[in-house]
Design a protein around this ligand. Structure first.
Ligand SMILES: Nc1ncnc2c1ncn2[C@@H]1O[C@H](COP(=O)(O)OP(=O)(O)O)[C@@H](O)[C@H]1O
Ligand code: SF4
Ligand SMILES: [Mg+2]
Length: 339
């Protein structure tokens, strides 16, 4: 058995807004093992970022707050850890890279100063040695003219270069866990591939566990060992990349896969799931996907589905996998989707 680094257990993070209480993360459980890359996928607004921000205790508060559940990091529940403890963890034991690196790079300090600060927090080295290490790391993440860039400010670099700097900073800290929230969404395809390669290197060389948050199943297919599919604040299913891509259980996952251009070239027009992610509220009843689901039936609008076990033991938050429903319905649905 591999060692579990991060385990979310029935995590609930809510926002208390003028419009009422919003259950943005509503009972999320999954884990990341050492050396594993786990993808969290789902459309925009499904609660992916709030989940990752919860782990770092960076949910804007107010209005947000972790209201229940556990976040076990190497066996320590950090869901309610002190700010002092979180400061040790952030960027040190768990590194995080965001879609827009400007939010995590300090505009007032040179790249070198920010890197050197990180390096010296972890290693007893002189300023000069730390600077050399910084240049070395910038080289390592493929930054040209590293000896000059080290003295430049974040705004002087392109988005792709800034993201490389973020990865260099993450590497400098030698974290056990890296959380990357849409790290390549703002970048063009070539740069995206290079950044993903760097993350993969980090994972391979240091056995870093990576939680990769993305709305892009293509990125997941390329990078991840396992996938967690989120919809409207909940996990609807999870599995290995192969299981999820070849044999999705939940109608939402099926829809996401059908919307992937390269996997379903035979479809002439690119499919997209009708409708949008619902606004979350505490009052909602029924399956959250029901208004968009082509298989919805009466029960879906009246009761909340839990995770039901499919034939092969995988779990899906869908009544089609409840043994009390006609198994044939599920079988029918499967063949329907594949044809
Ligand atoms: N600052 C906030 N104030 C109120 N609600 C928020 C805030 N941030 C996020 N939310 C709620 O959480 C939901 C999930 O957001 P988020 O995790 O950012 O989605 P994703 O990353 O999957 O696109 C949003 O749809 C919104 O309802
Ligand atoms: S529970 Fe019903 S509405 Fe929800 S995904 Fe399953 S079939 Fe669709
Ligand atoms: Mg997000």
């Amino acid at each position: 058995m591999s060692e579990t680094i991060l385990e979310l257990n029935d995590l609930h993070t809510h926002f208390f807004t003028d419009d009422g209480e919003v259950p943005a993360v509503d009972g999320v459980s999954f884990k990341v093992n050492k050396g594993e890359i786990v993808g969290v996928v789902g459309e925009s607004g499904c609660g992916k970022s709030v989940t990752s921000l919860s782990v770092m205790q960076l949910v804007p508060s107010p209005p947000g707050r972790i209201v229940g559940g556990e976040i076990n990091f190497k066996g320590e529940n950090i869901a309610q850890a002190s700010e002092k403890r979180m400061r040790q963890i952030r960027g040190n034991e768990i590194a995080m890279i965001f879609q827009e690196p400007m939010t995590s790079l300090d505009p007032l300090y040179t790249i070198g100063n920010q890197l050197i600060e990180g390096i010296r927090m972890h290693e007893k080295v002189s300023k000069k040695e730390a600077r050399n290490r910084a240049v070395e790391m910038l080289n390592l993440v493929g930054i040209p003219r590293a000896t000059e860039v080290v003295d430049e400010y974040p705004h002087q670099l392109s988005g792709g270069m800034r993201q490389r700097v973020m990865i260099a900073m993450a590497m400098a800290c030698d974290p056990e866990m890296l959380i990357a929230d849409e790290p390549t969404t703002a970048l063009d395809v070539t740069i995206q591939a290079q950044i993903l390669d760097l993350m993969r290197d980090l994972n391979k060389q240091k056995d870093t566990g990576i939680l990769l948050i993305t709305h892009d199943l293509g990125v997941v297919a390329e990078m991840c060992d396992r996938v967690v599919v989120m919809y409207a604040g909940q996990v609807v299913e999870q599995g290995t990349v192969r299981e999820i891509l070849k044999d999705p259980k939940h109608p939402y996952t099926k829809g996401l896969i059908r919307s992937l251009p390269n996997l379903h070239q035979k479809e002439q027009k690119l499919y997209s799931i009708p409708g949008t992610v619902p606004k979350l509220s505490m009052e909602q009843v029924g399956c959250r996907f029901a208004p968009r689901c082509e298989f919805a039936f009466d029960r879906c609008f009246q009761e909340d589905p839990v995770l039901y076990e499919a034939d092969d033991g995988r779990l899906s938050r869908c009544f089609l996998y409840d043994d009390n429903e006609e198994q044939e319905v599920a079988a029918h649905v499967e063949s329907d989707i594949r044809s």
